[in-house]
Design a protein around this ligand. Structure first.
Ligand code: GRF
Length: 201
């Protein structure tokens, strides 16, 4: 069983999808801790409701990003996977280098298109006809790490950022738990920036 730490800044619906997959028995794992940079993050409430250790770690209480991130790592302790689930701060190189395990992220665009903030808005404004979401391992770049899974949705003529985001979110809730499940089963092999599946024969 893998131990998962979650970093989240907002409502935490992706985290909830991972929790449900654990409860269904799809993911052989447990969420050991949830940390947020936002005091009112829904993710913290959801963790409390499930009896999971959670903390608001206020970035303003620390002198700089390094000391903030050191505190995050201290709280995380030993774990097998760190899931970013709507965590809106960019992780520093120190965090990534010192993390005890791989870090995964979900991004609401088909990377490498539209990294950074507001992936769905970028897709609508650019006029692409297919948008979607990506689960990837985190490296020191912006949404640039090895891609684990992607899902596509059609962009409709009357889509707004909000309507597109809502349809993409449904796909996020499928592929993030799926990626964590594959990781927990030891199926993922990272070869450079290519993620492959181990075949168990
Ligand atoms: C999602 O759209 C995710 O792709 C992005 O931030 C949003 C988080 O939503 N990284 P939630 O907090 O998981 O509901």
């Amino acid at each position: 069983m893998i131990k998962i730490a979650v970093l989240a800044s907002g409502r935490g619906s992706n985290m909830a999808a991972i929790m449900e997959a654990i409860e269904r028995g799809d993911i052989d794992g447990e969420i050991k801790i949830v940390l947020s940079d936002k005091e009112n993050a829904g993710a913290l409430e959801k963790a409390t409701a499930k009896g999971i250790e959670n903390h608001w770690v206020n970035p303003k209480s620390f002198a700089d990003r390094d000391s903030y991130e050191q505190e995050l790592l201290r709280l995380i302790g030993e774990c097998d996977l760190i899931c970013l689930a709507g965590y809106m701060k960019i992780l520093g190189e120190g965090f990534i280098a010192n993390a005890p395990c791989p870090i995964m992220n979900i991004h609401p665009a088909l990377l490498p298109a539209f990294p950074g903030l507001h992936g769905q808005r970028q897709a609508v404004e650019y006029g692409v006809k297919i948008a979607g979401c990506t689960v990837h391992f985190v490296d020191t770049g912006l949404d640039s790490g090895p891609i684990i899974l992607q899902a596509a949705v059609n962009v409709l003529d009357d889509d707004t950022e909000e309507t597109l985001a809502a349809r993409i979110l449904l796909e996020e809730h499928k592929i993030y738990p799926q990626a964590v499940k594959e990781f927990a089963r030891g199926e993922l092999i990272v070869d450079g920036r290519i993620v492959k599946r181990r075949s168990f024969q």
